[in-house]
Design a protein around this ligand. Sequence first.
Ligand code: PLP
Length: 402
Amino acid sequence: MEFRQSSKLSEVCYEIRGPVIEHANALEEAGHSVLRLNTGNPALFGFEAPEEILQDMIRMLPRAHGYTDSRGILPARRAVAQRYQTLGLEVDVDDVFLGNGVSELVSMAVQALLEDGDEVLIPAPDFPLWTAVTNLAGGKAVHYLCDEQADWYPDLDDMAAKITDRTKAVVIINPNNPTGAVYPKEIVEGILDLARRHGLMVLADEIYDQILYDDAVHHSAAALAPDLVVLTFCGLSKTYRVAGFRSGWLVVTGPKQHARNYLEGLTMLASMRLCANAPAQYAIQAALGGRQSIHELTAPGGRLREQRDVAWRKLNEIPGVSCVKPKGALYAFARIDPSVHKIHDDEKFVLDLLLREKIQVVQGTGFNWPSPDHFRILTLPHADVLETAIGRIGRFLGGYRQ
Ligand code: PLP
């Protein structure tokens, strides 16, 4: 008897933890040390969990052993609701769902929405979970282009041209993974305007909303469009550096009377997985109410800001490589000029780099970027590690032929 994967998975692809990982694991098993620049996991790079969060979780642990309400514990939902109320939004505790990270909530939100063949507008490049989950839910991921020449902002004309009568929702990832773009108000408003005109649900992935550099300002889609149904996703993984706790939230805003039936479905999916991990729910109130140490890391002189600077500078020093300066998030998305280095298969490039230099990055096509001419690295390692690693990537690329 052979067990085969479901045909539902045939359109599902998730390269960040893709096949190259097996090779990286094998290298480590053989005694090599591999620099893993593939997953945005701050804990791997010496970022500690903030003490106030740990203390609160430890204190609450003896009382966190039971299932909670499917949407999450009240103090945490209240803390999340207040976070959005300060943006001027009307948010009630009943509008908040807690989940095992944003990932679980993305999956629930998309599954609850789509009929087979329904289309979702998703950026290219994207955080590929959105595409994978849409396809798994029987929908069709339709990618709108983000324009590298325009600081990676979404191309609104391309987005408009791709709207059909099957389009159900538009995904905004701002600040963006992988590009680090932070969208100006006009761009967010432009997307919201299309959503308004075409009756689309807005799915706003704002997990990096506090990870901003230089003069970047985050514009919350929900705050700019109180007249639209907007689902905003955020959580503790990045801003509070506790990705392993698996703690996130989804906030529903706008004219909820137009989404009553949808929200019943979402509530049912939330109860089917019983609840989010309870100890991690207790981290939310402590995190949102306490010292926001992320700002010290992203301010001038802060660790994240310095690392972003080094990554961006070193990438641009490689002949034939360029990188738009990331204004937010934890990544740099570099372009390999095809007239200098012709790469036909970027997954092979990434594998060859791993095997030769023991450095693991992610190929651009893994983010649903249409051509094999980009790769993404993390800006999480210390500056000296980044400097050396990018130097080695440059030397490797200099002698690389496909
Ligand atoms: N959304 C974006 C844009 C991300 O980059 C990530 C993780 O890298 C997630 C969502 C998932 O985060 P979580 O750890 O909350 O599941």
